[in-house]
Design a protein around this ligand. Structure first.
Ligand code: MOS
Length: 739
C-alpha cells in the first residue's frame, strides 16, 4: 500500500483539469492541426461488398483544379504487413493493407484516395472517380451466413469447459434452452476518426484520433518498415472512441503513405458514413444458452455458445461468454465462441466487448430461469453467488456483489415489486422492473512514467497514455497530488504523445490501474532525488542521512525538524528540477481472479395505448474498488448506462441485403439515446471498497462495466411490464405490439 502525503485527493470529486481547454475550444483534436502546405484526402469507397475492381478512371477527377493526385491499387506504394502482437504493442484488426490488390471484401472499403488542396475539392474529385467492378454475391448478415452454410470458425482460446454440462442438462428437471441475438452496433463517438500526417527527414509525425499512441506508433512503424523512434503519434485530446479507436485502420495508413509520396502533410477525416464500414463495429451475435438448476434454484449446468459475424480481412471473436464461466457458481459449464465470415468490414472491440452482448443474454436467461422456478430474480442471483472464480479455481481479489444487490435493491425499492407480469400500473402506463448483474475484468499493464519537481513550484508528470474523455488527465494529476501533497493547480500533466515514456492504451478499463503505480513511483524517485540534493554539499540539510528526511505537502523535513519547501532546496543548488522515472511490470495474479462487479435495477414504462416505451429509472451499484475521482467515475458509469439503453432499445446497423451496404449510416437514421431518452432518475452508487489484492491503490477500472448487464436489465423490465420476452436486440416497438 502506498503512503500518501495527501490521501484525501484520491477519490475527490475534482473538476476535470482539461475541462477549461475543452469548453473554450483550445483543445486540439486530430484534425485541428493546420500546418504549412497541408492538403486534404477524401476516399472513394466501394459500392459493392464482394468482387473485384476492374478499372478506375481518374481522368475527370484529376482535371479538377486543386487535385494533386488519386491513389489506388495500381499506384499505391508497397508497405509491410504488421506482425500484430499484443505483447509487441502493435495491432490491427483489419489485416489487409489499403489498396493491396484489386479485391473488394466489403462495401465502403477504400478503392481510391484523392488528395487535393482543400477538403471540398478532394470530396468533389472523389465523386468524379469512375470505378467499375466485377460483382460477386455477398453474404452480409449472420442469418444469411447461416442460411448459405458459411462454416463457423471456432475461437479455441476463449473456450472453457468444466464438468459434464450436456449430461446434467439432459437429465435436469428445471431448465431452459434459449437463443438470443444482438445486431451489429457501430461506434459513433462525437469526433470522427482523423489523421494528420507529416514527414520530415524520413520520420513520420501523426496527429491521430487514437486510444493508444504507443500502439499506433509501433503499428505504423511496422507497416512502414521504420524503427519506432522514427514515428511519433500525438493525441492530446480525443473525442472518445468506445473501442473503435483502439487500433490503426486503413485510412491512417493510406494518409501517411500518401503524405510521403507527395511530400506534403495530409489530413484525412473519415466521413460519418464510413465510420460504419472501415473503422470497426460490434459484430452481430447469436447466443445459445442452456441452463438447469436443482429444486432450490442452484445452477447445475450452464452452456453459452456464441456465433458472431466477422470479415474476410480480419477475424475478431466477440467473447460473449466471457462472464458466463465465472459470474455464478455452477459445476458444469461450457462456453464456446465461433465466427462466421461475412462481407462487412472487420469488427473490433466496442465498450465491454463480449460482456455487453453476453450479459444481455446471460442475465435475460437468469430472469427466464427464475420465472420457471417461481423465484424472485434477485433472490435467484443471490442463491448462485460465489466468491471464487470457478473457471480457474481462484478466489476473487475482492467481490462485493451481494452488497451491490442489497444497496441497489434498497435504493430502488425492489421489495415493493409485484412479480406478476403487467401488474404494476401508473395511469395509462404499465411499469416493469428488472434487475441484472454486471461484470468486467480488472486488468493492468506494465507502464513507464516521468515526474519532475520543478524549481518554479510546479510538478510535471508525463506518460504516453491518453485521455479519451474518461478522466485520465485527472487520474494522473490526482495521483501526483496524492504522492507529493502539492495542490492540483500546480500540477502539469502531459499525456497523448508516443514520445513520452511508454504508457497503456485507453482500453479494457485498464488505464487507471496501470498508470497510477508508475506515476507514484516516479514521483517517489523525484522526491528521493530532491533529498540527495538537500544532503549534498551546499544543500539545505548538507551531510544529513537521506533516510532521515521526510517529504510532505511540498516540504522536506530534516533530522533537525526544520521543514523547507522543495523550491528552496532546488534554488539553493541552482537546479531546475528533481526528476524521477519509473517502470512497472504487471504479471496477471497467480493467487486471485481480478474482476469488477455490480448490479443494475431498471424501471421501464410502457404505454400500450400509444406504443411508447421509456426507461424511466436506473439505480446501479458498482463495485470497482477504490475510486480516484468520484465525479469522473460516476460520469463513466452514467455514460455507460445511457449507452446500454441505446443498446437495449435503439442501436442497430442495418444492411441492404443485395448490396451489403449499411443503410442507416448517419446520425439521423442510426438511433442512439438523446437527452429525451435519458432516464429522469439515474442513480449510480459507487461501493468504493479498495482492492489491494489487485493494485497498490486498490483501484480497478470503471470505463466499461456500466454497460454490461444493462440491456439485460431493460429486457427483464420490459418482460415484467409486457409479458414479452424479447430475445433479439434492440427492443423496438414493433416487437412489443400485439397483433
Ligand atoms: Mo475498450 S472496447 O477496450 O475501448
Amino acid at each position: 500500500m502506498n503512503e500518501l502525503a495527501n490521501s484525501s485527493i484520491i477519490g475527490a470529486a475534482k473538476p476535470r483539469i482539461d475541462g477549461p481547454k475543452k469548453v473554450s475550444g483550445q483543445a486540439k483534436y486530430a484534425a485541428d492541426h493546420p500546418m504549412p502546405g497541408l492538403v486534404y484526402g477524401y476516399g472513394v469507397f466501394s459500392t459493392i461488398s464482394k468482387g473485384r475492381v476492374v478499372s478506375i478512371d481518374t481522368t475527370q477527377a484529376k482535371r479538377l483544379a486543386g487535385v494533386i493526385d488519386v491513389f489506388h491499387h495500381d499506384n499505391f506504394p508497397s508497405l509491410y504487413h504488421t506482425p500484430s502482437s499484443m505483447e509487441g504493442e502493435n495491432h490491427v484488426d483489419e489485416t489487409r493493407l489499403p489498396f493491396e490488390d484489386d479485391r473488394v471484401y466489403y462495401a465502403g472499403q477504400f478503392v481510391a484516395m484523392v488528395v487535393a488542396s482543400s477538403f471540398a475539392v478532394a470530396r468533389e474529385a472523389a465523386r468524379m472517380v469512375k470505378v467499375s467492378y466485377k460483382t460477386e454475391k455477398p453474404v452480409t448478415t449472420l442469418t444469411q451466413a447461416k442460411a448459405v452454410g458459411v462454416k463457423p470458425k471456432p475461437d479455441k482460446e476463449s473456450a472453457h469447459e468444466r464438468g459434464k454440462p450436456d449430461d446434467v442438462f439432459a437429465q435436469a428437471k428445471h431448465k431452459i434452452d434459449v437463443t438470443y441475438t444482438t445486431p451489429v452496433e457501430t461506434h459513433n463517438p462525437m469526433e470522427m476518426h482523423a489523421t494528420t500526417a507529416l514527414w520530415e527527414d524520413g520520420s513520420l509525425l501523426m496527429y491521430e484520433a487514437t486510444q493508444g499512441v504507443v500502439f499506433a506508433r509501433n503499428t505504423m512503424a511496422a507497416i512502414f518498415g521504420l524503427p519506432p523512434e522514427r514515428v511519433e503519434v500525438r493525441a492530446p485530446f480525443i473525442g472518445s472512441g468506445f473501442g473503435g479507436k483502439l487500433w490503426i485502420w486503413p485510412h491512417a495508413i493510406a494518409t501517411a503513405a500518401i503524405a510521403r509520396e507527395i511530400g506534403r502533410p495530409v489530413q484525412f477525416v473519415v466521413p460519418r458514413a464510413q465510420m460504419f464500414t472501415t473503422t470497426g463495429h460490434r459484430p452481430a451475435t447469436e447466443q445459445h444458452i442452456r441452463m438447469s438448476t436443482d429444486g432450490k434454484g442452484r445452477l447445475t449446468s450452464l452452456t453459452h455458445e456464441t456465433l458472431n459475424t466477422t470479415s474476410p480481412v480480419g477475424t475478431v471473436a466477440e467473447s460473449a461468454g466471457r462472464c458466463t464461466s465465472s459470474l455464478y457458481a455452477c459445476p458444469n459449464v461450457r462456453v464456446t465462441h465461433a465466427t462466421l465470415e461475412t462481407n462487412v468490414g472487420t469488427p473490433t472491440a466496442m465498450r465491454a466487448p463480449g460482456a455487453a452482448p453476453g450479459l444481455y443474454a446471460l442475465e435475460s436467461a437468469m430472469d427466464e430461469m427464475a420465472e420457471v422456478l417461481g423465484m424472485d430474480p434477485l433472490e435467484f442471483r443471490r442463491v448462485n453467488y460465489t466468491d471464487r472464480d470457478q473457471s480457474i479455481g481462484l478466489p476473487f481479489s475482492s467481490i462485493h456483489l451481494l452488497e451491490a444487490f442489497e444497496r441497489g435493491a434498497k435504493e430502488f425499492g425492489w421489495a415493493k415489486r409485484n412479480p406478476k407480469v403487467g401488474s404494476m400500473r401508473d395511469g395509462n402506463e404499465v411499469i416493469g422492473w428488472g434487475v441484472a448483474a454486471c461484470n468486467w475484468d480488472a486488468t493492468k499493464m506494465g507502464c513507464e512514467a516521468r515526474v519532475s519537481l520543478r524549481a518554479d513550484g510546479t510538478v510535471f508528470g508525463s506518460c504516453a497514455t491518453q485521455d479519451i474523455g474518461t478522466g485520465t488527465y485527472n487520474v494522473v494529476a490526482q495521483t501526483l497530488a496524492g504522492v507529493t501533497g502539492i495542490d492540483l493547480d500546480r500540477i502539469e500533466v502531459k499525456i497523448g504523445d508516443s514520445s513520452y515514456s511508454r504508457g497503456p492504451i485507453s482500453g479494457g478499463s485498464w488505464a487507471t490501474a496501470t498508470v497510477m503505480p508508475a506515476l507514484s513511483q516516479a514521483a517517489q524517485k523525484a522526491i528521493e532525488q530532491l533529498g540527495k540534493y538537500a544532503v549534498d554539499e551546499g544543500g539545505a540539510f548538507a551531510g544529513a542521512d537521506p533516510e532521515a528526511l521526510k517529504f510532505a505537502n511540498g516540504k522536506l523535513t530534516g533530522p533537525n525538524g526544520r521543514s523547507i519547501d522543495f523550491t528552496e532546496i532546488l534554488r539553493q543548488k541552482k537546479i531546475a528540477a528533481a526528476e524521477g522515472t519509473a517502470k512497472t511490470s504487471a504479471e496477471p495474479s497467480k493467487e486471485y481472479s481480478c474482476k469488477s462487479f455490480g448490479a443494475h435495477f431498471v424501471e421501464v414504462r410502457w404505454d400500450p395505448g400509444i406504443s411508447r416505451l421509456r426507461v424511466s429509472r436506473v439505480v446501479s451499484a458498482i463495485d470497482t474498488g477504490q475510486i480516484v475521482n468520484e465525479k469522473t467515475a460516476a460520469n463513466q458509469v452514467e455514460g455507460a448506462i445511457v449507452m446500454g439503453i441505446g443498446m437495449a432499445l435503439f442501436e442497430h446497423t442495418e444492411y441492404d441485403l443485395n448490396s451489403g451496404r449499411p443503410v442507416n449510416n448517419d446520425l439521423a437514421e442510426y438511433l442512439m439515446p438523446v437527452h429525451g431518452d435519458q432516464p429522469p432518475e439515474l442513480n449510480v452508487i459507487l461501493l468504493k471498497h479498495p482492492d489491494y489484492n489487485f493494485s497498490e491503490f486498490g483501484v480497478r477500472g470503471i470505463g466499461e462495466i456500466g454497460i454490461t448487464g444493462l440491456a439485460g436489465a431493460v429486457a427483464n423490465a420490459v418482460y415484467h411490464a409486457t409479458g414479452k420476452r424479447i430475445r433479439d436486440l434492440p427492443i423496438t416497438l414493433d416487437k412489443l405490439i400485439t397483433v
